[in-house]
Structure formats: structure tokens, C-alpha cells
Design a protein around this ligand. Structure first.
Ligand code: C5P
Length: 409
């Protein structure tokens, strides 16, 4: 089966939208066909006004799709075309098309295909400089990036409208090279933790006071979920022990939902012997009510209420004793002296790596700025989006784990 997969011809769906740069898409199709890639071309109505579908049909040697309902045996070509494709590349991508995809529209064959895709998507914008720099277009592009779409270009230079500035579609060779580089990087990333088992904790915990109330914190779980996703993309077998959050489970990740610190500890200890790497991202409660009430506590207006708290088990610290053979990574959110306090925590919990950040920045945010602390010192990373940061951290963790393994086996 694996051998059969290797010999299958790679296939790209090339989307063409309404822009003068549409003629350059013909060259892009030719480049891919020449390098052995099958190209399925999908054109919007506006694209057909700039270049004839027949040209693309001749170059690709395959039917060109221009209508939602044409030639379909079962009316499902908007889904079928993207299945098994390595990528959808829309070049040129007009301002209108970017807006439509950013909104999740599906009323023409190309945007429906983009919405129904499982594969990576690239867009190469091409438009007048004012259209490109307009806040609406920039909003749409930011939305697309956040949705995981790769935006290639645009270039600066003379534009078809006679004006000069940003908005030229990248040359076909540059688009083909960017797509090839992306796949080479993905392949390398996908091998980083191949065959390794990674266990993570993420999110807050909830410590019951009575059947309806409890103590918790503002952790969103986003960083832990992003790390679980990146670890799975890096080829690892990933188990994610999640506190109470409503985030969707990343593809390819086995999820175990827990509520309290004790449940999180039990779930971790039960699995720790079977893993290579443990990443403790959860904001585990340090204290829990010593004796949660079985019935709802009634309000006694005149009296103050005292809650007796007991310390919870420190999962990470405990793992230094229980599982010294596992590469253990901790997180620390500090409100000040991040590097100093983080390093003290790293030593106290006997961790080869601790990732420290400012609590005010990290909690509930979409981006984060962290410092890696290990035996060789402090290594700050620039601020970035949590999903990008997660991939960077998985690279850092994988390379340290390989080193650590050499001296700890
Ligand atoms: O809460 P603290 O700052 O000590 O958390 C640092 C690290 O220890 C985090 O990675 C967190 O997931 C972990 N931790 C734990 N069990 C606890 C408290 C913290 O695993 N009870």
C-alpha cells in the first residue's frame, strides 16, 4: 500500500479567478505538468473572460471546471476534486475571491471547492494597489491566514491598470517554488517525532466546592491544544489530557477529558510509562477545597464563609520521581521576573526544558511570547501566533529530546 502511494502521481487543483494576471496561470500549469504533477484547473466566470478554458485544458490535458453543475455524475465534483489533491493553489486570486473565501461562501465551483477541502490551500493575490491595501482586503487576508491559508505575495511593480505598487501576482516560477518549499518543509516537520509518543496536559482544572460551584482559572487551553496538534503533525502519537474547555480536538489526537487536578494526575500517571515526551501545559490548580460539600452550600447572609484548601498533587514535579526516563517539559506563567522565576521552577521540578511566559500576555490570548529555559541558559523567542509558536516549540522540543536521549539512555 505504501509503495502504491509513493508511485501515485501528485495532483494540484489550480484555481483561476478574474484578473489580467490569469494568463500567467497558464505558465504555472505548464511548469507543474512538466515536473510530473497532474493539474486540475477550476476557473471562475470572471477568469474565463481573461483566458480561455481551452488553453488550460490543452496545457493540463484534463477537463477544466467552470460551472458548479456541469458534467457531474453525482453533483459532488466540488468535493471530489480536492480529495487526494496535494494542494489547492488559487493564482491569480482576485480581491473579490479573497473576500468570498474569507466569508466561507460556496456559491461557485471554486469557492465551494475551497470550503470543502481537506488539503493545504495557497492564494497568490493579484489586483490594483488600492484594492490590495484597502482595509477590507487586508482584513480578509488576515482572516485567511488565521484560517491556515498560505498567502504568496503579492509583488510590487507596474500593475496592469497603469499604476505602480503592491498587487502584482508573483511570477509562476516563484509560486511553484513556494509550494514546493512548503511541501519539503512539511515532509521534514512530519518526520520530527515520527513513531514517538507524546502526552500533554492542557487547559484549567476545576476543583469542586459543592455540586454547583468550584475553583478554576482563566486558562483557555489554546496553547496546549495547538501543541498537541503540532506534535501530531510532527508524526507523534499524541494523547491530550484536557481540563474543562470547549475547544475542538485537533485531528489525529486522542483526547481524555478530566475535571480536577487529581483526575488530571491520575490520567497522567496511568499513561506516563508508555510515552517518550510529556508536556505539561495545563494550568493545574495548586489548591482544592479540602472537603467539598455534598449538597449545595446555603447562603447565610450574616456570616462569612471560610473555605479550607489543601494542596493538590504537582503532576510535573511528581514525574521527576515516577518517570525520569521521560523527557519532561513544563510551562510557567509568571507575572514578573519571568526568566529568573521560571529557571527556579525548572530546577525545583527537575525539568530538562521549561517554557516561561508572562501570565498577563499568555492567558486566553491568540499569540504569545516565550523564553525557553534549559541547561544552557535562557533562549527568548519573538512574539507569534500560538499555532505558529506551537510548531516552533515542537521543533525545539524534538531537537532537545534527541540530544537528551543520547545522554540519558
Ligand atoms: O503552577 P506552576 O507555575 O507550578 O506550573 C508550572 C508547570 O507545572 C506547568 O507546566 C504545569 O502544567 C505544571 N503543574 C503540574 N501540576 C500542578 C501544578 C503545575 O503539572 N499541580
Amino acid at each position: 500500500m505504501a509503495e502504491q502511494m509513493k508511485t501515485l502521481q501528485p495532483r494540484i487543483v489550480l484555481g483561476i479567478t478574474g484578473s489580467v494576471a490569469a494568463y500567467k496561470a497558464a505558465e504555472l500549469a505548464r511548469l507543474w505538468v512538466k515536473s510530473g504533477i497532474a493539474v486540475d484547473v477550476v476557473m471562475t466566470g470572471a477568469a474565463c473572460r481573461f483566458i480561455a478554458p481551452l488553453t488550460l485544458q490543452a496545457l493540463s490535458g484534463r477537463p477544466v471546471w467552470t460551472q458548479m453543475w456541469e458534467g457531474a455524475q453525482d453533483g459532488m465534483q466540488h468535493i471530489a476534486l480536492s480529495r487526494g489533491a496535494q494542494a489547492i493553489v488559487v493564482a491569480p486570486a482576485s480581491a473579490d475571491f479573497l473576500a468570498r473565501v474569507a466569508q466561507g461562501r460556496a456559491d461557485d465551483v471554486l469557492s465551494a471547492l475551497c470550503l470543502a477541502r481537506e488539503c493545504p490551500m495557497f492564494v497568490a493575490p493579484a489586483m490594483n494597489v488600492q484594492m490590495w491595501t484597502h482595509p477590507a482586503t487586508q482584513r480578509n487576508v488576515a482572516r485567511l491566514r488565521a484560517d491556515g491559508v498560505n498567502v504568496l505575495g503579492p509583488d510590487s511593480g507596474d500593475l496592469a491598470c497603469g499604476e505602480t505598487g503592491e498587487g502584482r501576482m508573483l511570477p509562476p516560477e516563484a509560486i511553484a517554488a513556494a509550494v514546493a518549499t512548503h511541501f519539503a518543509e512539511e515532509t521534514a516537520f512530519g518526520a520530527l517525532l515520527a513513531g514517538r509518543r507524546v502526552l500533554l496536559t492542557a487547559g484549567p482544572t476545576f476543583e469542586a466546592i459543592d455540586p454547583v460551584r468550584g475553583l478554576t482559572n482563566r486558562s483557555s487551553g489554546k496553547m496546549g491544544f495547538a501543541l498537541a496538534q503540532a506534535a501530531a503533525q510532527a508524526g507523534a502519537e499524541v494523547t491530550l489530557i484536557a481540563g474543562p474547555v470547549t475547544l475542538p480536538t485537533p485531528p489525529g489526537v486522542a483526547r481524555i477529558d478530566v475535571t480536577s487536578a487529581q483526575e488530571m494526575a491520575d490520567a497522567t500517571f496511568a499513561r506516563i510509562d508508555r510515552v517518550d515526551i510529556f508536556i505539561g501545559v495545563a494550568a493545574v490548580a495548586d489548591y482544592a477545597p479540602a472537603a467539598p460539600a455534598e449538597q449545595k452550600i446555603k447562603k447565610e447572609a450574616s456570616e462569612s464563609l471560610t473555605l479550607m484548601l489543601r494542596p493538590t498533587v504537582d503532576i510535573l514535579a511528581e514525574l521527576a520521581q515516577r518517570a525520569p526516563h521521560v523527557f519532561r517539559v513544563g510551562f510557567a506563567a509568571e507575572s514578573q521576573n519571568i526568566a529568573v522565576l521560571g529557571e527556579a521552577k525548572r530546577r525545583r521540578k527537575h525539568l530538562p526544558l521549561l517554557i516561561a511566559n508572562r501570565a498577563q500576555d499568555a492567558i486566553n490570548a491568540d499569540d504569545n511570547e516565550v523564553i525557553l529555559l534549559d541547561d544552557s541558559g535562557a533562549h527568548p523567542l519573538p512574539r507569534m501566533d500560538k499555532s505558529l509558536l506551537a510548531r516552533r516549540l515542537i521543533r525545539e522540543i524534538a531537537s532537545r529530546w534527541h540530544q537528551w536521549k543520547k545522554t540519558n539512555s
